[in-house]
Design a protein. Structure first.
Length: 323
């Protein structure tokens, strides 16, 4: 995930496929996914059916809140909005215009706080002009807590978050590899969790904390060949898989077994990215991509068994699942 796309940025898993349909009073089980794309915010069930639009217009980064509402972002003006599960009662929770921001994305709510990432005009990953922000659940008191960081993911209990930083290793020259860090909810006690020790898996990104907070799913691999500057594509890809680490770092345990075309031209899967958890923590989903252009959403057990297609499009997971 070297480049940040605006729409379709992530998915929040809302309920286990075996749970009942949405409750009419909006208080119990719901359709399992809330998503956002250039057409709007919508829900659909675990089979990819019963698609229902709740908001029309370019949007991204949709997620469930602990009390069953939906957070999502729009690009212009750069806002984070909140609405009820049926699309009613929509209001602006944060407007980045007042803070000189171009985008505000990947909002999550837990522990009475909302975290998100934001950046000003001309801000990019490579120039470090992206920050993680926090505000109260009602939208008050917004402020930056970590500069030069992006892709935040908030623990369900709201006590800590994980995020991505471009972390140069000793003697490394740009482009630097990306690594996963963690910090307390106020930005203190920052700690690097992953390191570029393995030449095949020097990058880590798109971290997602398990529902019980005991594990972290990450993208693990090589985002681009370091020598590639133009026409970068499948032929420059390295290994790109989903792995699991402990909340304090340590060895990466691979969940997927995708292979680059340079290693196996006939590999079914070339990329697994953007992991997300099932609500009970027993399964991990991810974006599945092939060099031939096939893009889908897949899911498996946390050990990689029973891998199967969940949805026929990329859904870019990684948000806190349904509470």
């Amino acid at each position: 995930m070297r480049h940040l796309a605006w729409f379709g940025f992530l998915v929040a898993c809302a309920s286990h496929p075996s749970e009942p349909s949405p409750a009419s009073d909006g208080s119990a089980a719901r359709v399992p996914f809330v998503m956002a794309n250039p057409m709007g915010v919508f829900t659909l069930d675990a089979t990819g059916g019963n698609k229902s639009y709740l908001y029309s217009g370019t949007s991204g980064a949709a997620s469930w809140t602990p009390d069953g509402r939906i957070l999502f972002s729009i690009p212009s003006p750069p806002q984070i909005r909140i609405m009820n599960a049926d699309g009613s009662g929509m209001r602006v929770l944060f407007d980045g215009t007042s803070y000189g921001l171009t985008f505000a994305l990947k909002a999550q709510m837990a522990g009475g706080h909302v975290t998100f990432m934001a950046w000003p005009p001309n801000g990019t990953i490579d120039n470090g002009q992206i920050s993680i922000w926090i505000m109260d659940a009602d939208g008050s008191n917004p402020h930056r807590i970590i500069d030069g960081a992006y892709m935040p993911h908030l623990a369900r209990d709201g006590t800590f978050l994980v995020y991505t930083v471009q972390s140069p290793a000793p003697g490394e020259t740009p482009p630097y590899h990306r690594q996963v860090w963690r910090a307390n909810i106020d930005g203190s006690a920052q700690m690097q969790l992953t390191f570029p020790d393995d030449a095949n898996y020097p990058d880590a990104n798109a971290a997602a904390i398990s529902p019980d907070g005991t594990a972290i799913a990450i993208f693990s691999g090589k985002e681009e060949d370091d020598t590639c500057t133009t026409n970068c594509g499948p032929s420059t890809w390295g290994y790109r898989n989903v792995a699991i680490i402990s909340p304090t770092g340590g060895p990466r345990r691979l969940v997927t077994s995708c292979e680059p075309v340079t290693v196996n031209p006939n590999a079914q899967c070339n990329v697994a990215d953007n992991p997300f958890w099932s609500p009970d923590g027993s399964a991990v989903g991810w974006d599945f991509s092939s060099a031939a252009g096939l893009t889908q959403t897949w899911v498996s057990s946390t050990t990689g068994t029973d891998a199967h297609r969940l949805y026929t499009e990329l859904r870019a997971g990684g948000n806190v699942p349904w509470h």
